[in-house]
Design a protein around this ligand. Sequence first.
Ligand code: PHE
Ligand code: NA
Length: 452
Amino acid sequence: MDNREQWGSRAGFILAAVGSAIGLGNIWRFPYMAYENGGGAFFIPYIFALLTAGIPFMIMEFGLGHKYKGSAPKVLAAVNAKYEWLGWVQIMIAGIIAVYYAAVIGWTINYLGFAFDGAWGTDTKGFFFGEYLGLTSSPTELGGIRWPIFGACALTWGLTWLACNSGIRGGIERACKVLIPLLFALVLVFIGRVITLPGATVGLDFLFTPDFSKLADFSVWAAAYGQIFFSLSIGFGIMIAYSSYLPKNADICNNAAMTVFINCGFSMLAGIMIFSVLGSMAHSTGQAVSDVAGAGVGLAFITIPAAINTMPAPLFFGTIFFLCLTMAGVSSHISIVEAVTSSLIDKFGASRQKVVTVLCIIGFALTAVFTTGAGLLILDIVDHFINNICLLFAALVEIVLISWVIGLDGVRNDVNTYSDFSVGKLWAFSLRIITVLVLGYSFFSSLYTKIT
Ligand code: PHE
Ligand code: NA
């Protein structure tokens, strides 16, 4: 008897997969990566990575979930019981990400409120570290819970609970069908307005002016691959879980290509949004764009608020920006929790409601650590370790195991049966050789820099 849940429509599945892929990383990581690694020239390694790793890997993960109708541990166990552990390693990494990703979404929710009342003031840096985070001087000095952050994190876990608890079609699909189109619309509205501000085009010049000399640097290519993997949420069982809810006759290859292109298109829009803002701010403060460009937490919670202060209609820009971050974050958070949920349901046969409720309670309890005064310090450590070691490790083991040990033939037959276009030698070559080499290089060089 096959009573596995299913997506309601093809568009619903793609929107959910895109919802997972589009996250905080597209908005605060991609623009800076592009700027740092050759500007317009970065698109060459980026598109190369997209074609040789992003799409092939996505087809493989969709194919695995579709063929074996299960989450990562179940898929690997179906192939060979002795590989099930890898699935659980990936799920554990996903679980850790879910815990601290929720904290950052909590901050974006709080900042959405601050955009309304202008609470961040003129000293956005002092406000973020001091008044808001109450940052302590060491990760072991917790300094007590910050209640507004605690509340916003509770809301984040509550929203994720609501989506996952209501099931694939009635919860996750329904949420992403609203969140993702709205996200695109808001970013377009934002760009439409910001692009006309003085200085905006100077910012875009910074982003897009190509520096072709960077292409000789192998680390630029590795950076492009790293960004593709992180951005597409591949390598930790998320896309495997989502595709396990596809109907038998789903077109895997096409779905994978669409998911990848929509995600990367959004990254491009985010780049335009961020660098127009930076250019506009540089113009009004008389700084150089290179002095204000940055990534991550500093960009989102210090630089952008400062930039918004210098723009006309700060309320408009501030609320849209933080609403976008929140929506992009929540749709990704849902997917991480669903990957863990589906694995536990597959393994123990427990009810979805029970699994989701227990997971969200434990997850929120752990996130509470990140709502203390030491939250950012602990988050930096965990995030660094996850991004630079765990992600690469999990993806590398997965690709070596599947493409070399188990072999790609089973997946290939499955995805070719129902797809518009089929994959063959080039696909296998991309996975077995190119992706393995680049990931292997990135993992060992990252490990090496950690050790030395
Ligand atoms: N892909 C998301 C982003 O770009 C991040 C993410 C990582 C989401 C892992 C889910 C799982 O921000
Ligand atoms: Na992404």
